[in-house]
Write a protein that binds this ligand. Structure first.
Ligand code: ADP
Ligand code: MG
Length: 212
C-alpha cells in the first residue's frame, strides 16, 4: 500500500479542514494555560499552506512537504509554527524526489519530524508539549508494524497512543513553552499542541483508511 503526491496534497487539505473545525477548541485549551492563540495560529498556518500548494502537481512529495513546512514557519507567529514547520521540512527530507510513499517511508518521516521538533524546541517527553502525543504514536507505530499489523491497523493503534499521550498531558507540569510559566498550575489542563498533533495523526489514519 502506498500513496501518491496528489493523495498527499488531498490529505494536507483534510488536515486543514480538521484544524479549522477544531480552531476554537485548540484556542480554548491554549487560553487555559497559554495565551489562547493555538487554534488561530494553526488555522492561519494551514490556510497559507493550502494557498502555497495551489499549483503543486504532486510529482515530488519531498518538495510538497517542504512547501508545507516553509508556509508554517513563515505564517505562524507562535512557537508552534517553527516547530511544526521544522517537522514537515524534516519529513520532506526523507522523501525527496519520491512520487509515492509507503508506511516504511512514513515511519522515517515521523521519526525525522519528531527529531526536528526536539532539536528546535529542546523539549523531551513529559514536558507537556506536542512531543507527548507524537513520541508515543511513533513508538506504537514501529511496535505494531514490527508485530506484523497491516499499515491501517498500525496507524490506528498509533493514533490511539497519541490520544493517550494527550490525556496524560493533564497530569503533568509544563516545562516548555508559555504554559511552563504557570508551573504546578498547569496540572489538570490538556496541552493544546499535543492535541493538534493528535488531530493531525488521526487525520492521517482516517485518510489512509479510506484508501483500503
Ligand atoms: P505560543 O506558545 O507561542 O503561543 P502556540 O500557542 O501556537 O504558540 O503553541 C503552543 C504549543 O506549542 C504548546 O501547547 C506546546 O505543545 C507546543 N510547544 C511550545 N514550546 C514547545 C517546545 N519547546 N517544544 C515542543 N513543543 C512546544
Ligand atoms: Mg499560544
Amino acid at each position: 500500500m502506498s500513496i501518491n503526491g496528489l493523495q498527499v496534497i488531498e490529505l494536507i487539505k483534510e488536515i486543514n479542514k480538521v484544524i479549522d473545525e477544531n480552531k476554537s477548541f485548540l484556542t480554548e485549551l491554549d487560553a487555559a494555560i497559554g495565551d489562547g492563540d493555538h487554534g488561530l495560529n494553526m488555522s492561519k498556518g494551514f490556510s497559507a499552506v493550502i494557498e502555497k500548494l495551489k499549483d503543486d502537481p504532486g510529482h515530488n512529495i519531498g518538495d510538497t512537504l517542504k512547501k508545507v513546512g516553509m508556509a508554517l514557519v513563515s505564517n505562524v507567529g507562535g512557537a508552534s509554527g517553527p516547530l511544526y514547520g521544522t517537522a514537515f521540512m524534516k519529513a520532506a527530507g526523507e522523501v525527496n524526489g519520491k512520487s509515492e510513499i509507503d508506511i516504511n517511508d512514513y515511519v522515517k518521516m515521523l521519526n525525522a519530524a519528531l527529531a526536528g521538533i526536539k532539536m528546535r524546541g529542546k523539549a523531551e517527553l513529559e514536558d507537556k508539549t506536542m512531543i507527548d502525543a507524537i513520541e508515543p504514536a511513533l513508538s506504537e507505530l514501529k511496535k505494531a508494524l514490527g508485530e506484523g499489523l497491516n499499515p491501517v491497523s498500525a496507524l490506528e493503534e498509533s493514533r490511539n497512543k497519541a490520544y493517550k499521550g494527550v490525556e496524560h498531558t493533564k497530569d503533568i507540569i509544563a516545562r516548555k513553552g508559555r504554559a511552563s510559566y504557570l508551573g504546578e498550575r498547569s496540572i489538570g489542563h490538556q496541552d493544546a499542541g499535543a492535541t493538534s498533533s493528535a488531530l493531525i495523526l488521526e487525520t492521517i489514519y482516517e485518510y489512509v483508511k479510506t484508501l483500503k
